[in-house]
Design a protein around this ligand. Structure first.
Ligand code: 1GP
Length: 253
């Protein structure tokens, strides 16, 4: 039986104007020396969640990474799977992603049909999430792997209508992503347009490299900020990024 503590905490935070900061860990890119540093810093910085996943995950590090996190911290772990093989009961929850910006039926519903029986009996908290890929200025792995066209970066209206459709279809969250390592992160104008149009939590990630950009994004209406690439390169950024996101908690928008 799945509980829904994770989603309740994200929703409650949104209702109270509190912002969440997520560190994305891609098991393919984990260097054993670095993960310990990332975990230690995440604990001191009060990181809210870890997302675990990548487009490939070609090695057998998934379970090991999850075990290491559990040993080192109480920060909840949420799978952010790039494909249906990236499942582990060692995590706390899973983003059940439907790629609503694309027109690839397999990623809209096909893979979900295959994984549903496993997820239904799993102990993971399953959170239905409308995943929207937005053009980040370079071709990203997720774009190539999903064989979909991202939403053009300047088409706020398309993003807004896509997110609305996701909400009306009953999805619990919207994740707007420019893709890992994007050259251009999602604009504040798109974040503002989308967040004003939906009532469910809005997750934003892809190419966020500075605390200033993270802060701007939450002020524009993002509820959850995800950073992976920049932190892999410089784990010390966790402290400033988390502080910037949480600073917005008490700032009137
Ligand atoms: C990617 O949104 C995440 O799916 C995070 O992106 O790795 O560029 O921070 P970065």
């Amino acid at each position: 039986m799945n509980n829904n503590n994770l989603y309740s905490s994200i929703l409650e935070a949104k209702q109270q104007g509190k912002k969440k900061f997520v560190v994305l860990i891609d098991p393919d890119n984990v260097r054993l020396g670095k993960i310990d540093k990332i975990l230690e810093l995440s604990k001191s910085a009060h990181v809210d969640y870890f997302f675990i996943g990548g487009s490939l995950v070609v090695n057998d590090m998934l379970d090991m990474v999850l075990e290491n996190i559990k040993k080192a911290t109480d920060i909840p772990t949420i799978l952010f799977p790039g494909n249906s093989l990236q499942l582990s009961y060692k995590a706390d929850g899973l983003l059940f992603l439907s790629l609503i910006s694309g027109r690839n039926a397999d990623l809209l519903i096909g893979k979900h049909v295959i994984t549903a029986p496993f997820l239904k009996i799993s102990p993971l908290e399953i959170m239905s999430t409308g995943y929207m890929l937005v053009d980040g200025g370079i071709s990203t792995t997720v774009q190539y792997m999903s064989n979909t066209t991202p939403i053009p970066a300047n088409k706020d209206d398309i993003a807004l209508c896509t997110a609305m459709a996701g909400e009306l279809l009953g999805m619990k969250m919207i994740y707007m992503d420019a893709g890992s390592g994007a050259m251009n992160p999602i604009s504040t104008s798109m974040i503002d347009a989308v967040s004003s149009a939906i009532d469910i939590p809005l997750i934003v990630g892809g190419g966020i490299r500075t605390p200033e950009k993270a802060y701007e994004n939450v002020m524009a209406g993002a509820d959850v900020i995800v950073v992976g690439d920049a932190i892999e390169k410089d784990p010390q950024l966790i402290m400033e990024m988390a502080a910037a996101v949480h600073e917005a908690d008490n700032t009137p928008i």
